[in-house]
Design a protein around this ligand. Structure first.
Ligand code: MG
Length: 421
């Protein structure tokens, strides 16, 4: 395998793809989600339900495994593969979605199911395909981005993590036969990504043999494709045992956090102000070490407050010359990333700008759109309001602008002794 240093790609980072900005058509990417396994080890003899249909904090494992694909802007059609006889369980487990194709029935072995799904996509003819196991409901949008991004320069990509535990080979006697050097050993995960035509050809060729492969990268390797590695995610674990389910239950339970932020900047000489990431012509500017975007500062502080992670000054000290003239959108992106890193999901944001001038309402929609873009949040979850202070106080005298912000974030509800990773 070839190591790719794809970097800490985050959801939406593909939005910066130069090809997209230049208006060139981007690659089409389909996803196959395998839900054809019997998977009863996680539920020994209890309900007999295959694990992909089991309920996990209110929704099925399969529905949760599909979420990051159905939510991802780079993923087109999503094809689920089922075991015969589970269509009714599927209908109960998964809500319809415009990008979700009608499920198909897989084959005997995992690789048969993948080949059948790849064949079913011949008409759609995607450039790329991601193949994912339904028993992994924790894959993030960032991981999907990382795999898709690496497919711009590789024909086969797997996410993997360096093996941390010491490995022993155990003899039939139950005793340790040897310690296996772990240098260069990686545990690989799904989604694995491929150039569609290449993996289709590899699977079709494998189907003509008696060979059995444990993952799709192995089929690709066998057919001569070089497989690149990107960073996997510790939390992207495969649910196998009853203990895995107990932990997963806790990970999907969320609690709501609220954060508030407040900021003020003084007017000074200038011909425009930056407010919520939008440049507004004005007879004054706002003074500040960065671009003095009072709205973005209040919002960044609110978001940092919701995850109890210091304040804007502790992350971006005004004494640090690197933030001179900084684009405050970078501050907000950092707070957004910190939230995502601990499994947080932004629910809504609400910003109030307090000034006599400039007027906010003509710019409200542009500000909402800009905040939604920076936060990678639906614009329906973003509010921007303007108010005056009735000519009272410093805002009333036109000495500066104040802003306050409130955010809500859904965070995994963790017991103090739970471990995420
Ligand atoms: Mg400030």
């Amino acid at each position: 395998m070839q190591q790719v240093f794809a970097g800490p790609a985050l959801p939406g980072s593909l939005a910066n793809d130069p090809d997209r900005e230049a208006g060139r058509p981007s690659m089409t990417c389909a996803a196959i989600v395998l839900a054809a396994g019997a998977g009863r080890r996680a539920d020994p003899g209890e309900t007999g339900a295959a694990k992909q249909f089991r309920n996990l904090a209110g929704r099925s494992v399969l529905a949760r495994a599909l979420d990051p694909f159905l939510d991802h802007p780079e993923i087109g059609p999503v094809q689920v593969v089922l075991r015969r006889g589970t269509q009714a369980a599927y209908a109960r487990a998964v809500a319809p979605h415009p990008r979700l194709l009608a499920p198909i029935i897989g084959g005997e072995r995992r690789q048969d199911s993948v080949r059948i799904a790849l064949d079913s996509l011949v008409g759609a003819a995607p450039d790329l395909v991601l193949i994912h196991d339904a028993a992994r409901p924790f894959a993030s949008g960032a991981l999907i981005s990382r795999v898709v991004e690496a497919l711009a320069s590789h024909r086969a990509v797997v996410p993997g993590l360096a093996v941390g535990d010491t490995l022993k080979r155990i003899a039939a006697s139950g005793h340790v036969a040897e310690t296996v050097p772990r240098d260069g050993l990686y545990a690989v995960q799904t989604p694995q990504g491929f150039a569609y035509r290449e993996i289709l050809a590899a699977h079709r060729r494998a189907a003509a043999t008696a060979l059995t492969f444990t993952d799709d990268a192995a089929v690709a390797e066998w057919n001569g494709l070089s497989v690149a590695l990107v960073d996997g995610e510790a939390r992207n674990r495969k649910l196998t045992t009853p203990e895995d389910f107990q932990l997963a239950e806790r990970l999907f339970r969320t609690e709501t956090r609220i954060g508030s932020g407040f900021d003020v900047h003084r007017f000074g000489p200038g011909d425009h102000v930056m407010l919520c990431g939008v440049r507004i012509p004005h007879s004054y500017g706002l003074l500040g070490h960065s671009d003095a975007d009072v709205g973005l500062h209040a919002l960044t502080d609110a978001l940092l407050g919701s995850i109890a992670s210091g304040d804007i000054g502790s992350h971006f000290p005004p004494t640090d010359p690197q933030w001179r003239g900084a684009d405050s959108a970078d501050f907000l992106r950092r707070a957004r990333d910190l939230t995502a890193e601990i499994g947080g999901r932004l629910v809504n944001v609400d910003v109030t700008l307090i000034c006599e001038a400039p007027r906010v309402s003509p710019h409200r929609e542009a500000m909402r759109a800009r905040l939604a873009d920076i936060l990678e949040l639906d614009v329906a979850r973003v509010a921007v309001k303007g108010t005056t202070s009735e000519r009272l106080g410093f805002t009333g005298r036109g000495e500066g602008i104040a802003a306050q912000a409130v955010v809500t974030v859904a965070l995994p509800a963790m017991e103090a002794d739970d471990e995420i990773e």
